[in-house]
Ligand binder design. Structure first.
Ligand code: CP
Length: 334
């Protein structure tokens, strides 16, 4: 990779954990279960360098000039797709956005054929969102290009979790020992799963709060499937002394009948309100991956209140995704 002095990305020394700086070994980004704390630290520090670039009057460096990045989205997205596009353009890559709803997939083309076509057209990286859990893993085995999982079904959303970790680190300096409470529809949440991996690897104490019907298998009785977290259906108890509160969208499109009596009932017992947030520490921050169902999982006063860092998460998403594209571009096959 060639970087001119004027446009230099600041070198990244050591990880937050004080371990030796890791060698970047990932060709794909599929989830955070296979990331070490040092590797997450490297992403955080590289994101700091990207934030510096974003503070310049001209927010563009030539790092990925001549590379082609494709966004391939089989589900709707506002934040993830647009921030990846901005990140890639800031690094001077050529970006092709493919919306599956208007692609040949509607004529019956399968995912692997679509990927082979994109590769034949010269894609160096593919950023994919797919409704099927595991689809990016299948894709990664079939292509030479780097695959970034931009959300697969209920399974994982690693780049969202990394930008969440970055946002927490920005406000709290370190993640170690923080009480992080994730409230809401955990069962259907790829954001929650990736955050549980990332947060626990960085030493945070994670509490998960939801009605038992929205708790995924394997989370309460971990048996090695997930890292250890505290589970409680009692929101007031969960929020006591929290440093960070992450509210999750109630995924109405993924609800099976019978999981909740009604949306109104859910809001009554699980909405993050000002009164409930008062159980957390006075300097607690509130995150939400978006899109927000205001006054369902989070009161509008909290979503737009002084403790909310929701817009900051969106801003940080560009820097974190720039960091990931930069790090992947150093992987062997690109
Ligand atoms: N957080 C998130 O994935 O948002 P989008 O669906 O808008 O990309």
């Amino acid at each position: 990779m060639r970087i001119t002095p004027k446009d230099e990305v600041r070198p990244v020394a050591g990880a937050e954990s004080q371990e030796q700086p890791p060698v970047w070994r990932h060709r794909h980004i599929l989830d955070l279960d296979d990331f070490s704390a040092a590797e997450i630290g490297l992403v955080m520090e590289t994101s700091d360098a990207m934030m510096e670039i974003l503070s310049r009057p001209i927010k563009k460096v030539p790092t990925l000039r001549g590379k082609t990045i494709v966004t391939l989205f089989y589900e709707p997205s506002t934040r993830t797709r647009s921030s990846f596009e901005m990140a890639a353009k800031n690094l001077s890559a050529d970006v092709v956005n493919l919306n599956a709803q208007v692609s040949s997939s509607v004529k019956g083309e399968c995912l692997t054929d679509a990927l082979a076509t994109l590769e034949a057209l010269g894609a160096d990286m593919v950023i994919m969102r797919h409704p099927m859990s595991g689809a990016p893993y299948v894709a990664a085995r079939r292509i030479e290009a780097s695959m970034i999982n931009a959300g697969d079904g209920w399974h994982a959303h690693p780049t969202q979790a990394l930008l969440d970790l970055y946002t927490i680190r920005q406000h709290k300096t370190s993640l170690k020992g923080l009480k992080v409470v994730i409230v809401g529809d955990i069962k259907h949440s790829r954001v929650a799963r990736s955050n549980i991996w990332g947060l626990t690897k960085m030493g945070a104490d994670v509490t998960v709060c939801c009605p038992y019907t929205l708790l995924p298998f394997g989370l309460e009785d971990t048996r090695g499937i997930f890292p250890e977290v505290t589970v409680t259906p009692d929101i007031e108890r969960a929020l006591e002394g929290a440093d960070v509160v992450m509210a999750l969208r109630l995924q109405k499109e993924r609800q099976q009948s019978g999981l909740l009596p009604s949306i109104r009932e859910y809001a009554r017992y699980y909405q993050l309100t000002e009164a409930r947030l008062a159980e957390a520490k006075a300097d607690a921050i509130v995150l939400h991956p978006g899109p927000v169902n205001e006054d369902i999982e989070i009161a509008s006063g909290v979503a737009h209140g002084p403790q909310s860092v929701i817009n900051r998460q969106v801003t940080n998403g560009v820097a974190v995704r720039m960091a990931l594209l930069y790090l992947l571009s150093g992987s062997k096959r690109l």
